[in-house]
Ligand binder design. Structure first.
Ligand code: HMG
Ligand code: MG
Length: 303
């Protein structure tokens, strides 16, 4: 299959990237990061999560983050919502798009959302109905699509069944996530091909964590399947609190370097994106996890 000419990058750094930080990140820093990301040309920025603050304390300032953002026309700020309570809070904060997140295994569903897959899907069906009735768009994420920290191998059929459920409840886009970054290119292809037997590829997205250094290879495998939407995190920040040892998402800079090299349009400016990564890494006091950002910095220093 020919590669897509244009890719939509969904920046998840402010949410997936920061949700696992042990030290509280000030709201003003999160807002500044989002502003820098939108200035770099990103038009989908997962801003925060309206989840339980007892479960994920780092996202407790969700409403303040939403209130602090200077919303740029043409930019969408999706937020994670696990239940009705989260949806109500997201609506009160003026969110226009919500993300529901189901798991492909029972064990991960219990750890991440304290309920079975079936209970979670029933809850999300209600959330999606309510959200859509109020004019909000709904995106669906499938966790542990390429491997589970508790159950190990995940069969593509398990992912297919969640994808179909998310489709039936009205998710306009469905993301297959490699939560623990254990997937490889062959497995990535197999899971997308399995889901593509039921849903058009233009409705699918990839969300790869980079624990085993496979995320760029997996992105390319998904591109070859025709996938044109990818979640990524500036500076490769992040990790899921319920997937111990899993590292951050693939760095947005690294995905952009791949896409720029392939001549695939994204509308994102590499220099500004790297500057946004430098900003958040400076605040967190740690080096970037982006290989491309490190290479560009070394080149700058050598010049
Ligand atoms: P629970 O404890 O079963 O919920 O958690 P509950 O309904 O029994 O409520 C317990 C308490 O939480 C109550 O407060 C509720 O009001 C409160 P209390 O009466 O004890 O004071 N509560 C809430 N407060 C604020 N906002 C809410 C909310 N809901 C309940 N929305 C629940 C169930 C689903 C809420 C919890 O398990 C939860 O919040 N889970 C989210 C975990 C999470 O955010 N994980 C990380 C994001 S997913 C991810 O990173 C994966 C992804 O990147 C893709 C991938 O890589 O796989 C998307
Ligand atoms: Mg994730």
């Amino acid at each position: 299959m020919t590669l897509p000419k244009r890719v939509k990058l969904v920046e998840v750094g402010p949410r997936d990237g920061l949700q696992n930080e042990p030290v509280p990140v000030p709201t003003a820093v999160k807002v500044e990061l989002i502003h820098r990301l939108q200035d770099a040309g990103l038009t989908y920025i997962e801003a925060t999560a309206f989840v339980s603050p007892k479960w994920v304390p780092q996202m407790a300032d969700n409403a303040q983050v939403m209130a602090g953002i200077s919303r740029k026309p043409g930019v969408c700020y999706p937020v994670l919502v696990p239940n009705r309570k989260g949806l109500e809070a997201a609506r009160a904060a003026g969110c226009e798009e919500v993300v529901v997140f189901a798991a492909a295994t029972e064990a991960f569903s219990q750890k991440n959302t304290n309920c079975s897959i079936a209970e979670g899907l029933a809850r999300f069906t209600e959330v999606a109905r309510e959200a859509r009735a109020h004019g909000l768009r709904v995106r669906g994420d499938i966790s542990v699509g390429l491997g589970c920290p508790y159950e190990g191998e995940v069969r593509p059929e398990a992912v297919v069944s969640i994808a179909r459920a998310l489709d039936e409840m009205g998710c306009y886009e469905i993301t297959i996530a490699d939560t623990i970054g254990a997937g490889t290119a062959g497995k990535t292809r197999a899971v997308f091909e399995a889901v593509m037997r039921h849903l058009p590829v233009k409705r699918l997205a990839g969300h790869f964590h980079d624990t085993y250094g496979q995320a760029i290879a997996n992105t390319y495998a998904a591109l070859e399947c025709g996938v044109g939407v990818f979640d990524s995190s500036v500076a490769g920040l992040g990790g899921c609190p319920y997937a111990k040892g899993a590292t951050g998402n693939v760095a947005t800079e690294d995905v952009l370097y791949l896409l720029d090299g392939l001549g695939i349009e994204t509308g994102v400016d590499m220099a500004k994106l790297i500057a946004a990564g430098d900003y958040i890494c400076g605040v967190l006091g740690r080096p970037t996890s982006s290989r491309a950002a490190r290479a560009f910095a070394a080149k700058r220093q050598a010049a």
